[in-house]
Design a protein around this ligand. Structure first.
Ligand SMILES: Cc1cc2nc3c(=O)[nH]c(=O)nc-3n(C[C@H](O)[C@H](O)[C@H](O)COP(=O)(O)OP(=O)(O)OC[C@H]3O[C@@H](n4cnc5c(N)ncnc54)[C@H](O)[C@@H]3O)c2cc1C
Length: 596
């Protein structure tokens, strides 16, 4: 049976020693997250995920969700009880402001929980995860009345949320959206149309489901400029917050899919359902972007989470499975063979997963902290710097952490050999579940385009320039011998990223295919540098901790070795990416479509 142990110690090390959480005590909610409280929250998060969510992962996958003739959806056995416990722990509203019945704690801690829950049971984690995303959009763009009515029950987990963008003819290209909104006399709208692939669109976990739906108001302009955002509750909500009549929105079918079987992926039919406009007409995409940005970071963390749980199961197996002998002589002389962890190629895969996980976690938490600063700080300069970094890094994290997260799941399966392909061992589930993270919330190719086409040139490149200056500043500051194994490779990698950026500036404007054709490589090049920079920061913290003789010396040494492995074996991918970028797109684009 698969195992999962939440990486509580690593997370606390990152929060306390690398990110110095205590320095942000003046941000709302941070004073309540002193180190002892932090340890308690992170520990409790780990516990519920290990004990309640993970045991339902395999059974939920095997059982899946069921749709009744009446259009109700039953989640797998055990999900309802686990959800009740999850909600009772206050986890849904962890980072929601207290005026909406949340705990007001840092969003960074919600990201910690998202990682643990997604590793333990990604299908389950998506129900509260989507609610948090919907809540973020409502809190940012909803009217006072909408916030008063909808936010508290959502923060409490009594109601859940969804996001409804996709239609059969409209996935990436939202300009093609046809769901209609017709104004009613009472100021609400009639929503009519079909949405597909809607995660958590219908289920039995909550009393009500609040759908955030993109639709086009009659007479609105074509394309993305004519899209508005609506709240469409499954049950109508009376002004006093009690539930009213069933709204005209129903789940017409459940999609049969490769993974995340425990999460209901629904076809949603809107048949004149009552909806309420959020924000201004025709500005729906803007409001939805709030949700999507948060959701993109959430999906990035799902990639890391699948990588972590896959790694843990691969490492355990590699220490138990006996095959062949170590090249340096038997390590298990009394047994028929040595455990496969002695083989360098098995080590390679394990080290790649481990080195990725630890840096990805640091990078995800640093980015979550940027989100906290961007939304909570009173210092306008700090807010802007954090917001710039958040915007720049969100597509990088979504694309790179999910691509590499999936690769990790495949590596874990490889370490399990044929047994990894057999479903009773549970390892193939990681591959199936991880795969969707590369597709939804904007396929990874679209993340790359967002990075190169929008985030990089935004404000004349301010965010990218500030990021390069930050990494250069760190390198210049950390010139000691002990940091050399980290900063020297980082300097070379940053040089590759800067060269690639200049190449894009010189070649993409005149010929846009150059930018789009280079975008995927550029996203991965950026991702390697961001992970490398995170490793260098982790190394600094580990060295400091060693000097203070604080913490577990062997654990810190393992960190430093893992970091050096990343620098030596994984960071040099930047030069390969640079070569691909600067080769241009002539061979990429020249074959006529009929040659394919
Ligand atoms: C399990 C699951 C859950 C989902 N949950 C939700 C949900 O809760 N809510 C929701 O609204 N949607 C949801 N989706 C939909 C998901 O977000 C879309 O599938 C995704 O955005 C891609 O859209 P598409 O499938 O129509 O692919 P398409 O848009 O048809 O894209 C196909 C391929 O072409 C590429 N492509 C398209 N346009 C371009 C371009 N201009 N340049 C370069 N490449 C391009 C894409 O990257 C992709 O690889 C879910 C999907 C699945 C499978």
């Amino acid at each position: 049976m698969p195992i999962y142990k939440a990486p509580v110690d690593d997370t606390l090390f990152l929060l306390n020693d690398v990110l110095h959480f205590e320095r942000y005590g003046d941000l709302p909610g941070f004073a309540d997250a002193a180190p002892d409280v932090l340890a308690q929250i992170v520990g409790e998060a780990g516990k519920i995920c290990e004990e309640r969510l993970q045991p339902l992962n395999r059974s939920g996958d095997a059982e899946g969700c069921r749709l009744s003739a009446a259009g109700d959806v039953a989640t797998p056995a055990g999900f309802e009880e686990a959800y009740r416990e999850f909600v009772a722990g206050g986890w849904v509203g962890l980072a929601v402001p207290p005026e909406y019945d949340g705990q007001g704690l840092p969003y960074t801690l919600a990201v910690v929980m998202n990682e643990f829950a997604s590793a333990a049971n990604m299908s389950f984690a998506m129900y509260p995860g989507l609610t948090q995303g919907a809540l973020a959009a409502l809190l940012r763009h909803g009217s006072e009345e909408q916030k008063r009515l909808f936010a508290p029950p959502m923060a409490a987990g009594r109601w859940t949320g969804t996001m409804n963008l996709t239609e059969p003819q409209c996935g990436t290209d939202l300009g093609l959206l046809t769901t209609k909104a017709s104004p009613r006399e009472d100021g609400s709208y009639s929503i009519t149309g079909q949405k597909i692939f809607i995660s958590a669109g219908e289920h039995d976990l909550s009393e009500n489901i609040i759908h955030l739906v993109l639709a086009r108001i009659e007479g609105a302009p074509a394309g993305v400029k004519g899209i508005s955002l609506f709240i469409v509750p499954k049950y109508e909500v009376n002004p006093d917050g009690t539930l009213g009549a069933r709204n005209a929105v129903r789940c017409g079918a459940l999609e049969h899919k490769m993974g995340i079987h425990g999460n209901a992926t629904c076809v949603m039919n809107y048949d004149g359902a009552r909806g309420f406009l959020v924000g201004e007409p025709n500005r729906g995409l803007n409001a939805m972007f709030v949700m999507m940005n948060e959701a993109r970071l959430g999906v990035a963390v799902q990639g890391l989470a699948q990588s972590e749980v896959a790694y843990q199961n691969a490492a355990t197996y590699a220490k138990e499975r006996l095959q062949g002998r170590a090249l340096t002589g038997a390590k298990n002389a009394g047994g028929g063979a040595d455990p496969i962890i002695v083989h360098p190629d098995v080590r390679r895969a394990l080290m790649e997963m481990k080195a990725f996980n630890e840096a990805a976690r640091g990078l995800a938490l640093a980015t979550a902290l940027d989100s906290d600063i961007a939304h909570r700080s009173e210092d306008a300069t700090a807010r802007q710097a954090a917001d710039d970094r958040l915007g720049l890094l969100t597509p990088v994290l979504k694309g790179v952490l999910t691509d590499l997260g999936f690769e990790s799941a495949v590596k874990a399966q490889q370490i399990w050999g044929g047994h990894g392909y057999i479903d009773e061992n549970g390892v193939e589930q990681f591959v199936r579940d991880a795969r969707i993270t590369m597709i939804y919330e904007g396929a990874n190719g679209i993340q790359a385009l967002d990075l190169v086409g929008r985030k990089l040139p935004k404000d004349n490149g301010r965010a990218a320039m500030a990021y390069f200056a930050e990494v250069s500043g760190f390198i210049a500051h950390e010139s000691s011998d002990e940091m050399k194994p980290f900063v020297e490779p980082l300097k070379a990698a940053l040089g590759d990223l800067q060269k690639a950026t200049i190449w894009l500036m010189q070649n993409a404007l005149a010929k846009p295919d150059n930018g789009a054709g280079a975008s995927y490589d550029y996203m991965h090049l950026f991702g390697r540098v961001a992970l490398g920079y995170t490793w260098a920061r982790i190394a600094r913290a580990a060295l400091d901790k060693k000097k203070e003789s604080a913490g577990d010396g062997a654990w810190l040494d393992a960190k430093l070795t893992t970091g050096r492995f990343f620098m030596e074996k994984m960071l040099p991918e930047t030069s390969f990416r640079l070569a691909r970028i600067t080769a241009g797109v002539d061979t990429l684009m020249s074959l006529p479509a009929e040659m394919f």
